[in-house]
Design a protein around this ligand. Structure first.
Ligand code: HSE
Length: 309
């Protein structure tokens, strides 16, 4: 096998209460990549479509993660990478993670799958760090494992896969403005009051329990963020109107996707997700910000192969 075409999914990280640790994988939006073996050693990015990104391997998220794996594997051939970018950088739905996860996933398959998803995550984190100037895996993990994931620890890396209730659907609104993760991290409080820390870790615990037990009511009561949302929501025009429209239409909860500007809602049933999508679309049309909106199943596979040659 010399070439692989893959789907690299968008992801929602934080999931309200789980800042830097929780994430889930989306089905409805993602990039595509083609990775090919070459006789010449090294990594080369040969094509980028969709967005203006660097062809320099060291300055490209997919390139940096590819290099991390390549240096570890040290094969006697090389790889070239084509990137068909559909997730806008700075969207809050894991654009950089999709690229970082995609390149290492594809190379691993072409090498005969010597690495586990956990090992692939360690390589992909290097690429993600280039974009956000900090190492975190809450988008990479769901992109590589699928479903819901919890980053139990970064050093040493430990990822826990959390069950996904069958009837859970997501709606994601992406206002077409860019928020750089590095900037959205700078405005976060350096310290939080103990009473907020208590609320936050109680919500993380109960969200995980709700996902394990299909308790949609508990999931709904747990989708609360008292740490990042109060400051970051100010960067998102119309954030409260999205929350209100989703809540009035029975969304389980609504929060900032990653570092924003995208906003996600979780819903019980596809029909509720369709209703929530329609209501948010109507509410957001009143703001003068172009946007895209998706209703999506939770992607249980993560990065996947589209065809083989
Ligand atoms: N957990 C990260 C953050 C996700 O919220 O800053 C963005 O990459």
């Amino acid at each position: 096998m010399n070439e692989i075409k893959i789907f690299c999914p968008a992801t929602v990280s934080n999931v309200s209460c789980g800042f830097d640790v929780l994430g889930f994988c989306l089905e409805a939006i993602g990039d595509e990549m083609i990775i090919r073996k070459t006789t010449k050693k090294g990594i080369k990015i040969t094509k980028i479509e969709g967005y203006d990104l660097s062809f320099e391997v060291n300055k490209n998220v997919a390139g940096v993660s590819a290099l991390a794996l390549y240096e570890n594997a040290n094969p006697d051939f090389g790889f070239e990478i084509e990137i068909y970018k559909k997730i806008k950088p700075g969207s809050g739905i894991g654009s950089s993670s999709a690229s970082a996860a995609g390149s290492v996933y594809g190379m691993n398959v072409l090498l005969g799958s010597p690495y586990t998803p956990l090992e692939l995550t360690t390589f992909a984190i290097k690429g993600e760090a280039l974009a956000s100037q900090s190492e975190h895996a809450d988008n990479i993990a769901p992109a590589l494992f699928g479903g819901f994931t919890l980053v139990k620890s970064l050093y040493p890396l430990e990822i826990i896969q959390i069950p996904t209730p069958d009837d859970l659907f997501a709606v994601v609104l992406h206002p077409q403005i860019e928020i750089k993760t590095a900037n959205a991290r700078k405005i976060l409080p350096k310290e939080i009051p103990l009473k907020n820390a208590i609320k936050q870790w109680s919500n993380v615990g109960s969200l995980i329990h709700g996902l394990h037990t299909n308790d949609y009511g508990l999931i709904s009561r747990s989708l609360i963020d008292v740490v990042a949302e109060p400051v970051r929501s100010q960067l998102i025009p119309g954030f409260e109107s999205i929350k209100e429209a989703a809540s009035k239409n029975n969304a389980l909860g609504t929060g900032i996707s990653g570092s924003g500007p995208s906003v996600f809602s979780l819903c019980k049933s596809q029909q509720t997700a369709i209703n929530v999508k329609k209501a948010i679309k109507q509410a957001y049309a009143k703001h003068d910000v172009p946007f895209q909106i998706y209703a999506s199943k939770i992607n249980m596979d993560g990065v996947k192969e589209l065809n083989k040659k």
